[in-house]
Write a protein that binds this ligand. Structure first.
Ligand code: 3HC
Ligand code: NAI
Length: 706
């Protein structure tokens, strides 16, 4: 056997009558230019070599092919294009077999579909996830998939971007066989030889017949179009996907390919693609905090949770769901029973929806234990404190943890705002103390701010990142300050929203403008959902230290004084008649706002939705820049991920800092300077923003790996 490199990353070797083509392009065999060239050359070699009767394509490492090389998007194209390579594979005069293990995603599946036969191993993941990157399958996927498995199944795969297992792929007809072992080469070669022995012909997907029933397939397109128009709020690529699949039914293959190419390029040019691909890389970059490289995580077995309220219970569910045991500590038996009940309520909800069995719940709850004595935590590897937001109460809890926990236990606090350095330095082992700021509901929200105090040891930080992985959370490393990354920035754009409200915009207009930007909720809906009393307590706590010269809008206080805390009290900024969760505008709130404007001597003015968004975003971006400038966030992308995963920032805009880059930093700075004419104390441009604009640089230039 001789190994011939088509390129460094694709080799081919003759194995009897089979040309074995191996893609070896770490980490995931993405289809970079070299891989595309190598594949085309390998097919040329197969056609040219009379001793070769069939071709087998495999991927080295853990995957077949993860897709097009996402890092190439937005750069000048390098030939050959992936559609050309797929067409070249399909046109091969000898049977081509793809043997799939691991990921065959996007362009990876498109390569497999261009082959004439497909075998997948157990554990394979097949899918067309381009929609999640703001794209559509651009190398024949929208044309070959429906021809192979019908429009309905193809639309489901392409619009959801989900991964199908090998078994499902077999049932759908995406693959012809599932291997019976995990020996990729043996399975692939045996299948290819079997095909040769049976004189299996070249069988091109472009000629497959699943679209023969035109009416039924068109009906699937009509249904998908209606559904997509409803669900894909603001997204560009999903309706293009439907158009492309419709073309597969209505047009000859080559015409359909041409339309697919055009639509793909339209998607590639869209800012949504840039935002979504930024999010893809950013959510991987946040995992690479310096301590994850310099230190090994400590063991994570038994977990303790102190406090069984909203957060303690949610955190306990997240931990139980990950398969770990939880010991919960509460103040007294009654509170402990409430804590347990909070947890059971989550599982009972799943049972009611048919998503969990009673037996499964019992098995999960068997890993839970509760106590009113800290001594139950002596074996815990990591304890998360989630008691009242009060420094003295928390320090008392940490004193107990210091007393009972074994050496090496990680001691974490879920505080939202408090000084974790002050908690750490109050006990004898400050190096073991860290912030783990979960978001509510903690079993659902993906964000975990890992708050790193001064004295913490690197392996404790590494352990926090490991915990995030175990809990399937997205960790972002943050420094200690009031509110860390997320809540600190939130406080500032909330102030900007309050100021607009007092100056003349109604909370309903502000919420609608923010929703139109892409957030699921506006700021006042968020207050009503979280409970107005939470922010009120914080404002009261800070009243003494607030800068008396800073503008302070009192409207929220007026509502809270009336006991209007939002959804839980039936009214807040909105009315929630009979426990309804979608609020309606409240004329009484508008009257209160009018009275407050009068009290403050403000003549209300009109705001356009565009101005509302400009102010809201400028406040968010400016404070995001401050957070990076002060080293609270490692990079702008850490701010982006915080907002994508914790605050409902629309993913297709990439996060506030990416959005700022796309708008252009000079424009953002000009806005801030304009707004500063009215309130120079609030609108102080971040030194980092000023510096970047002066240097003609952007936030992305600060996103390199740390
Ligand atoms: N292009 C470039 N780099 C990629 C990549 C791709 N398609 N897919 C993954 N990578 C990189 C990641 O950024 C990461 O890099 P890093 O180590 O520098 O951070 C590395 O490969 C490993 O990735 P993961 O950490 O995600 O590894 P996992 O083992 O957890 O997951 C995977 C592997 C399931 C393949 C996952 O990486 C994935 O889902 N990748 C994206 C798949 C995708 O969206 N494909 C469609 C691309 S668009 C397309 O094909 C267009 C076509 O239709 C024309
Ligand atoms: P909560 O009031 O719902 O629960 C607090 C629980 O702690 C109560 O059950 C109480 O009985 C218990 N507790 C109080 N002192 C205790 C002690 N000494 N020992 C044992 N248990 C004790 O409060 P919530 O909302 O769960 O908040 C807890 C912490 O989480 C706070 O620090 C808060 O800032 C933080 N947080 C809250 C978020 C939210 O949205 N509610 C989001 C993120 C963090």
């Amino acid at each position: 056997m001789t190994l011939t490199p088509s390129t460094d990353v694709v080799t081919h070797a003759v194995r009897g009558k089979v040309l074995l083509v191996t893609i070896d392009h770490a980490p995931v065999n993405a289809l970079s230019a070299d891989v595309r060239r190598g594949l085309a050359a390998a097919i040329d070699a197969a056609d040219a070599d009379p001793s070769v009767e069939a071709v087998l394509i495999v991927g080295a490492g853990r995957n077949f092919i993860a897709g097009a090389d996402i890092r190439e998007f937005g750069k000048p194209p390098v030939p050959p294009s992936l559609p050309d390579v797929c067409n070249r594979i399909e046109a091969c005069t000898k049977p081509v077999v793809a043997a799939i293990h691991g990921a065959a995603l996007g362009g990876g599946l498109e390569v497999a579909l261009a082959a004439h036969y497909r075998i997948a191993l157990d554990g394979a993941k097949l899918g067309l996830p381009e929609v999640q990157l703001g794209l559509l399958p651009g190398a024949g996927g929208t044309q070959r998939t429906p021809r192979l498995i019908g429009a309905a199944a193809a639309l489901d795969l392409i619009l959801s971007g989900r991964h199908a297992s090998a078994q499902e792929a077999l049932a759908l007809g995406l693959v012809d066989r599932v291997g019976s072992s995990d020996d990729l080469l043996a399975e692939g070669l045996a299948y290819t030889q079997e095909l040769l022995a049976a004189h299996a012909p070249v069988r091109r997907t472009r000629d497959a017949a699943a679209l023969a029933d035109r009416a039924a397939n068109l009906a699937a397109v009509v249904a998908a179009r209606a559904d997509t128009a409803k669900k894909s709020r603001g997204l560009f690529s999903p309706l293009k996907i439907v158009d492309a699949v419709e073309a597969a039914i209505e047009q000859p293959f080559d015409e359909g390919l041409r339309l697919e190419r055009k639509l793909f390029l339209d998607c590639l040019d869209s800012p949504q693609r840039a935002g979504l691909i930024h999010a893809f890389f950013a959510e991987r970059e946040v995992l690479k905090a310096p301590e994850t490289r310099s230190a090994k995580p400590r063991a994570l077995g038994a977990i303790g949770v102190v406090g069984g309220g909203t957060m303690g219970a949610g955190i306990a569910v997240a931990v139980l769901d990950a398969g770990l045991p939880v010991t919960m500590i509460e103040r007294d038996d009654e509170s402990l029973a409430r804590g347990r009940a909070h947890i059971e309520k989550v599982y009972d909800g799943l049972i009611a929806k048919g998503r969990l069995s009673a037996a499964r719940k019992a098995a999960v709850m068997a890993r839970w234990s509760g106590s009113t004595s800290y001594d139950a935590l002596t074996d815990a590897d990591l304890v998360i404190e989630a008691v009242f937001e009060d420094l003295a109460v928390k320090q008392a809890v940490f004193a107990e943890l210091d007393r009972v926990c074994k050496q090496g236990a990680v001691l974490a606090t879920n505080t939202s705002y408090l000084d974790i350095d002050a908690i750490a330095s109050s006990i004898s082992r400050p190096a073991d103390v860290i912030g783990l700021h979960f978001f509510s509901p903690a079993n659902i929200m993906k964000l975990l701010e890992v708050v790193v105090p001064k004295q913490v040891s690197a392996d404790v930080v590494a352990t926090a990142f490991e915990l995030a992985k175990t809990l399937r959370k997205t960790p972002v490393r943050a420094g200690v300050c009031d509110g860390f990354i997320g809540n600190r920035v939130l406080a500032v754009y909330r102030s900007a929203a309050d100021a607009m409200m007092e100056d003349g915009a109604s909370p309903y207009q502000i919420d609608a403008a923010v929703r139109a930007f892409g957030f699921p909720m506006g700021p006042f809906q968020v207050v009503d959902l979280a409970g107005g009393d939470i922010g009120w307590a914080t404002r009261k706590r800070r009243a003494a230290t607030r800068n008396p010269a800073a503008r302070y809008v009192q409207i929220s206080d007026r509502l809270c004084e009336r006991g209007w805390f939002g959804q839980k009290t039936g009214c807040g900024f909105y009315l929630y008649p009979e426990g309804s969760r979608s609020g309606t505008a409240d004329p009484e709130v508008e009257a209160i706002i009018d009275a407050e404007r009068e009290r403050a001597g403000i003549t209300p003015r009109a705001f356009t939705d565009e101005e509302i968004v400009r102010r809201y975003m400028a406040a968010m971006i400016n404070e995001g820049a401050n957070v990076v400038h002060e080293g609270i966030a490692l990079r702008p992308l850490d701010v982006d991920v915080t907002f994508l995963y914790g605050y409902g920032f629309p993913r297709y805009r990439g996060g506030p800092m990416k959005y700022a880059d796309m708008v252009g930093l000079p424009r953002i700075l000009a806005d801030i300077r304009e707004f500063a004419k009215e309130d120079p104390l609030f609108w102080q441009a971040s030194p980092l923003l000023v510096d970047l604009v002066e240097r003609g640089a952007d936030f992305a230039s600060l996103n390199q790996t740390v």
